[in-house]
Design a protein around this ligand. Structure first.
Ligand SMILES: NC(=O)c1ccc[n+]([C@@H]2O[C@H](COP(=O)([O-])OP(=O)(O)OC[C@H]3O[C@@H](n4cnc5c(N)ncnc54)[C@H](OP(=O)(O)O)[C@@H]3O)[C@@H](O)[C@H]2O)c1
Length: 247
């Protein structure tokens, strides 16, 4: 069964800026009712809401603050979104952290900083979403944003790579756990830069067969595919990387 976006309630985490903002704008423009989550970027979240309302037929794109490191805040986030809309049909787990640290120097705090958001929060957001979606006749759709770094080993990002590889396995395991009512898929972005970038990013762009970096809009297109595609498609990982991950 395919599901049009029309009027469906989709929560996008980390939607104030960058890729999350792009996903929220795309979904609002294409008929979804979007819940914008943010943690610290309140002004940017408000700006994204305004932009969404400019194109959305519903003109109701509320913002919800939560520090996703804490399961109690995740539970409260889902309660608030559900209270506002009366339903949650889709979840896009986009919020994440990224650091570059020599693995010989990674501390326990460095490890927890990444994993508490990238992996733990992704899991508990999936759990909160599925508990609600599994109780509805329509079920729901979950899309986890992973990374090319979850598929390829990057030496100075080992802790980040491990967290995103975890997101990829979580996607597959939860796809089995929540089937057939809830699909769980993942979009794995390649290089999606915003503004100035360092020499490493410049090198990665140069190595990308597409000959350029990707855009938030292109990630949003892939997310929309999984939110609307037949429910026979689940547990899948779609790289959106201009071919950078090809071996
Ligand atoms: N950009 C790329 O090239 C690239 C490449 C591969 C994969 N990805 C993945 O694509 C997704 C989006 O990438 P991005 O570069 O746009 O991400 P980003 O700007 O680094 O982070 C997205 C948002 O995550 C939120 N966040 C961080 N810690 C949080 C916490 N403790 N609680 C709640 N929210 C928290 C932040 O919200 P606030 O600002 O409100 O605090 C932030 O705006 C991520 O999953 C990333 O790993 C990106």
């Amino acid at each position: 069964m395919t599901l049009p976006l029309d009027g469906r309630v989709i929560l996008v985490t980390g939607a104030a800026k960058r890729i999350g903002r792009g996903i929220a704008l795309h979904l609002a423009k294409h008929g979804a009712r979007v819940a914008i989550h943010y943690s610290t970027s309140e002004a940017e979240a408000r700006a994204t809401t305004e932009e969404c309302n400019n194109t959305s037929q519903f003109k109701d794109t509320p913002i919800f603050q939560a520090n996703l490191e804490h399961v109690s805040e995740i539970e409260s986030l889902f309660d608030r979104v559900h209270a506002h809309f009366g339903r949650i049909d889709g979840l896009v787990n986009n919020a994440a952290r990224f650091t570059q640290i020599d693995p010989l120097k990674v501390t326990e705090a460095d490890w927890d900083f990444i994993h508490s958001v990238n992996l733990k929060a992704t899991f508990f957001c999936c759990q909160q979403a599925a508990r609600r979606m599994l109780n509805t006749p329509e079920g729901g759709r979950i899309v986890n944003i992973s990374s090319l770094g979850g598929l390829q080993p990057w030496a100075n990002h080992s802790h980040y790579c491990a967290s995103k590889a975890g997101v990829i396995m979580l996607t597959k395991a939860l796809a089995k756990a929540f089937a057939p009512k809830v699909t769980v898929n993942s979009v794995a972005p390649g290089v999606i830069p915003f503004g100035e970038h360092d020499a490493r990013i410049t090198r990665l762009i140069a190595a990308t067969p597409a000959g350029r970096a990707g855009t938030a809009e292109e990630i949003a297109e892939a997310v929309t595919f999984f939110l609307t595609s037949p429910d026979f498609i689940t547990g899948q990982i779609m790289s959106v990387d201009g071919g950078l991950g090809l071996k």
